[in-house]
Design a protein around this ligand. Structure first.
Ligand SMILES: Cc1ncc(COP(=O)(O)O)c(C=O)c1O
Length: 387
């Protein structure tokens, strides 16, 4: 008999003894295993065989109904069921939006820095990406205006802006309120869509998250993508879009859903049962406490261990801290030496579409426990100090 050795079935392979700041993924000890065990049994009791059928193209209605009530209450907005869709998470949602709302060569504005894997999805669609710099208050409105002027001079128009305004990946910062309003106004004046990646909204540690662009803008201007990847588990591949009814219809009527029904449909039915049981709210409350403690541990340790001349953001939510190193250093070079110090991070250049980022790096505080984060900060400090 031959034994087959299979590769790891998870994307993340963590190295023993390393301080892995590079993975924007949850600690396996924080995954809701018991809740996820109960949910399918409850879903089959309530929904019969439906979870195993092709799902409605719009998504799992019991989940969309629960989400509609929650978002309406949380955000103080009117939201109709036909303005929502279930998705396979924000990666799938972004890919579908690109498929159905863009053509190759269309201009898409992106923040710089931004979520590097979101950039990969945009590149898959051969879009013409135009980076717009961001600072500690998020996307710079003056730079957005400049980019729009430049486009007008070329006789072109942006199709959409891909933005992560709340607990940004990689910087952890929020787009300031006045900038939120200005970005929405500019989108109206120049007639482009905003694709709002709202994946970290629920992970708010110091009070409620700022209002979404979707909640602030006239309907039709913003397509907001939300996900259960950070609040339940990345493996559930489940999320949602809120948008205008005609935009939702365009996606629901697309060929992909006509053939396969809504993505992650069975999981949507399971998670509907989980949410309605109260398990979701209890779990998110636990996550907020756990991640707040981790964030505080990391910030305190960075304060202690980073050499003079380093700067870092103090996120109110999400997974990430953005560190800036002194002028004479390059984080690509630091990354090459990181194994020696048994530490990892993402160098800023990988997250910047504008060719910058060499003096910055991203740390994730979601995966490691507080004592591991403290040790990781010590190692990072030693790496920077030794360069
Ligand atoms: C900003 C951002 N968007 C999207 C994703 C991926 O979302 P999902 O797991 O729902 O596909 C991530 C995950 O790291 C993220 O940080």
């Amino acid at each position: 008999m031959t034994t087959r050795v299979l590769p790891s079935s998870t994307q993340m392979v963590r190295r023993d003894g390393f301080s892995e700041f590079n993975f924007g993924q949850p600690d396996p000890d924080l995954l809701p295993v018991d809740e996820m065990r109960r949910a399918p049994a409850e879903a089959f009791t309530r929904f019969g065989t439906d979870p195993l059928a092709y799902g409605a193209p719009e998504g799992a209605w019991p989940l969309l109904g629960w989400l509609r009530d929650r978002l309406t209450a949380q955000e103080g907005i009117d939201l109709a069921l036909d303005e929502m869709l279930g998705t396979g998470g924000n990666s799938e949602a972004l890919d579908q939006i690109c498929t159905l709302f863009t053509r190759p060569g269309d201009v898409v504005l992106v923040e710089s820095p931004t979520y590097h894997l979101g950039l990969r999805i945009l590149h898959d669609h051969a879009l013409d990406l135009r980076p717009v710099p961001a600072d500690d208050d998020g996307l710079r409105v003056d730079a957005l205006e400049q980019a729009l002027t430049q486009l007008a001079a070329e006789g072109r128009r942006a199709r959409f802006l891909y933005s992560i305004p709340t607990f940004h990946n990689p910087t952890g910062v929020n787009l300031a309120m006045d900038r939120r309003r200005a970005v929405i106004d500019l989108a109206g004046q120049h007639d482009f869509l905003i694709v709002e990646d709202d994946v970290y909204r629920e992970l708010a540690y110091d009070g409620p998250a700022p209002p979404s662009l979707f909640a602030m803008a006239p309907r039709g201007r913003v397509m907001r993508m939300g996900s259960f990847a950070k609040t339940l588990a990345p493996g559930v591949r489940l999320g949602f879009i809120t948008c205008a009814a005609d935009q939702a219809r365009r996606i629901a009527d697309g060929g992909l859903r006509d053939s396969g029904g809504s993505p992650s449909y069975a999981m949507g039915m399971f998670v509907a049962a989980l949410c309605e049981s109260g398990d979701y709210d209890r779990h998110v409350a636990r996550l907020r406490d756990a991640y707040r403690t981790r964030r505080d541990a990391l910030l305190a340790a960075l304060e202690t261990h980073l050499p003079a001349g380093c700067r870092f953001t103090r996120p109110g939510g999400g997974y990430f801290v953005w560190v800036t190193v002194p002028d004479h250093l390059d984080t690509n070079v630091l990354a090459e030496r990181a194994d020696e110090y048994r530490v990892s991070f993402i160098p800023g250049a990988r997250l910047c579409a504008d060719g910058g980022g060499q003096r910055a790096l991203r740390l994730a505080f979601s995966l490691m426990k507080p004592d591991e984060l403290t040790e990781g900060a010590r190692r990072l400090g030693a790496l920077i100090a030794g360069a």
